[in-house]
Design a binder for this molecule. Sequence first.
Ligand SMILES: Cc1cc2nc3c(=O)[nH]c(=O)nc-3n(C[C@H](O)[C@H](O)[C@H](O)COP(=O)(O)OP(=O)(O)OC[C@H]3O[C@@H](n4cnc5c(N)ncnc54)[C@H](O)[C@@H]3O)c2cc1C
Length: 418
Amino acid sequence: MQRVVVIGSGDGGTFTANLLASELHDEIRGGLASVQLVGEHLKHPFQPGNLDVAFKGADPEKYVKDETELLRKGVDFIQDPAVKIDCASRSVTTKSGRVLGYDFLIIATGAVADPSKIPGLAEGSMNFHTGGESAERIWQALQKFEGGTIVVAIAGTPHKCPPSPDEAAFMLDEFFRKRGIRDKVKIQFLTPYPRPYPAEKISKVVEPMFQEKGIEVSTFFNVDTVDPKERKIYSLEGEAFDYDLLIAVPPHHGADVITNSGIGDQDGYVPTDRGTMMVIGQENAYCIGDATNIPVSKSGVVAHLQSVVVAHNIVAEIEKSQDLLEYNGRINCPMEVGQRRAIFVSATYTSPPTDQTPSMVKYYMKRSFAMIYWRALNGSLERIFDLFFGKTRFPLSKPLEPEKKIEVKVTEGGKTNA
Ligand SMILES: Cc1cc2nc3c(=O)[nH]c(=O)nc-3n(C[C@H](O)[C@H](O)[C@H](O)COP(=O)(O)OP(=O)(O)OC[C@H]3O[C@@H](n4cnc5c(N)ncnc54)[C@H](O)[C@@H]3O)c2cc1C
């Protein structure tokens, strides 16, 4: 009996569990394998929908489904959060005290957006990263806003969806133009990076559009504190900006279970091999998506492409049948720039993001993703994705065994969003 335990029923965990249930169908039916998915919540959100909730007034319920509707037959969903991962004894303990032994473990616990990490941020700002409800509060505030300064700030890196703060500024601009009061609203963009977007080629596209739309940018702004009473945001460098409304991307960290199990780095992310997705220093344990410490975009596309590699390699190990694969770092993050145009931030580990021309086709492709997301989670769209993304995995050049060192280096580069 080969027991696979997946922790985290978000984007990556749900998709991986479904792929495994499909690939191991015969083994599961014959009692030779099991796939257990350990989750916190019954509700599964489509997180990119938060932008539409915050800036277009969409109903958050539109972007949520029951996890059980999304799972293939053969996946045993256990709604009971993991509290301890013990790689030595190959077991996961859940909140209710259940101990799940595993032969293969996949950690897909995501990243947590946490405004409490910066003094005053939770009280003084709104955000669209902690969930649909907080995004909805932005929409309510925008309805009442008649003029003044809106600050959009990046208060910590790395964060989910690197394009999302720039996208928020573009969407705000569009919202106030439609309301006819854009001239009464100053939009101030604060970023810790040296330019409006971390990747240089993409920044060259964003910067002139920000200028044209009157979105003001202040770079090297590392948020230190927020004073909610005075409505001021301060940087470590000693700069300060006044705001009437502050929309901030909160600092992120890994899930508590990672830190509590002693397998994370200083930010709670799991040291992971960037090709095989194996947890460094551990056997038969993998990590995917936002939970890893790999310096690649924290995005659903990345979680998805990594899942394919991990599911393939686990099946290969179980069936001792196929060649092993590694992920090439392919990312593809869409960014709406207003007037029904979008760009895609696309890259791999070896090729940085390229020049982009905003297009309507990309805008509609981005918007259609909200509709296909749920089907994408059951693996039925893989042929289409393979055509779109091209080669995202390669035969593994070295035998699949964990690296011996558990040393974690989080460099400047490692903290950079693409
Ligand atoms: C505003 C916004 C816009 C975005 N736009 C895009 C986009 O356009 N394109 C794109 O590709 N990505 C986008 N993303 C990012 C994308 O949503 C995430 O990167 C993706 O969901 C990551 O998948 P994941 O499986 O790693 O983590 P998640 O989907 O976040 O899932 C993690 C899961 O682990 C669970 N969990 C945590 N701890 C435990 C525990 N102890 N026990 C059990 N379960 C646990 C959580 O409850 C959660 O269900 C966006 C995100 C936001 C917030």
